[in-house]
Write a protein that binds this ligand. Structure first.
Ligand code: PNS
Length: 167
C-alpha cells in the first residue's frame, strides 16, 4: 500500500501491549501511521492526562520510524482530513468489540466517505486485554507484567501510590 497515511485513534489510558502489537502490525502495512490520542469528554476524567499518555506512547513507539504520536479534539474524520489520512485503523479483539466498531466505522464513513476504516486483530494473547482492566488490576495491586510495558507499569504504580485510582 503506497503513500497511505493511517490514523490509529484511541484513548490509550494507558497504552497496553495490545495497542503496541497493533501499532507494530500497522507500521508494516502503512507508509505513515499516526497514533492519535483523543481528548474524549464522553469518557469523563482520564487516569493519565493527554501529555502523560503522549509521553508514554512516544517512548514506546520510538523504534518505528513511520509511526508518530499526536492528540486530537473533535471529530475523528475531521482530524483525518487535516492530516491527509484516508484510513482509520482499529483493533478488534473479540466479537464483543464488533458492534461498537461497526457503528463507529459506518458513522465515520457517513460523515466523510473519503475515510475508510481498516480492522486488524491483535495477537490472541492480548485478546482479553484492555486499558480499563489494566487500570483496575493496578488499583487492586495485582500483577501487570506482560500486559503493559515496564515504563507504563511504573507510572501506574506511581499513580496508585500518589492518589489511589479508579478502575
Ligand atoms: O480507545 P477508545 O476509547 O475505544 O477510542 C474511541 C475513539 C477515541 C476512537 C472514539 O471515541 C472517537 O473517534 N472519538 C472522537 C470523536 C468522534 O469522532 N466521534 C464520532 C465517532 S462515530
Amino acid at each position: 500500500m503506497k503513500g497511505i497515511v493511517a490514523i490509529y485513534p484511541g484513548s490509550f489510558d494507558p497504552v497496553t501491549n495490545g495497542h503496541l502489537d497493533l501499532i507494530q502490525r500497522g507500521s508494516k502495512l502503512f507508509d505513515q501511521l499516526i497514533v492519535a490520542i483523543a481528548r474524549n469528554p464522553e469518557k469523563g476524567t482520564a487516569l493519565f492526562d493527554l501529555e502523560e499518555r503522549k509521553e508514554m506512547l512516544r517512548a514506546m513507539t520510538a523504534e518505528w520510524r513511520n509511526v508518530s504520536v499526536d492528540t486530537f479534539e473533535g471529530l475523528l474524520v475531521s482530524y483525518c482530513v487535516s492530516k491527509n489520512a484516508n484510513v482509520v485503523l482499529r483493533g478488534i479483539r473479540a466479537v464483543s468489540d464488533y458492534e461498537f466498531e461497526l457503528q463507529m466505522a459506518l458513522m465515520n464513513r457517513k460523515i466523510d466517505s473519503r475515510v475508510e476504516t481498516i480492522f486488524m486483530l491483535p495477537a490472541e494473547k492480548y485478546s482479553y486485554l484492555s486499558s480499563r482492566i489494566v487500570r483496575e488490576i493496578a488499583h487492586l495491586g495485582g500483577p501487570l507484567t506482560g500486559f503493559v510495558p515496564d515504563m507504563v507499569e511504573q507510572k501506574l504504580r506511581e499513580k496508585v501510590k500518589s492518589n489511589g485510582i479508579r478502575g
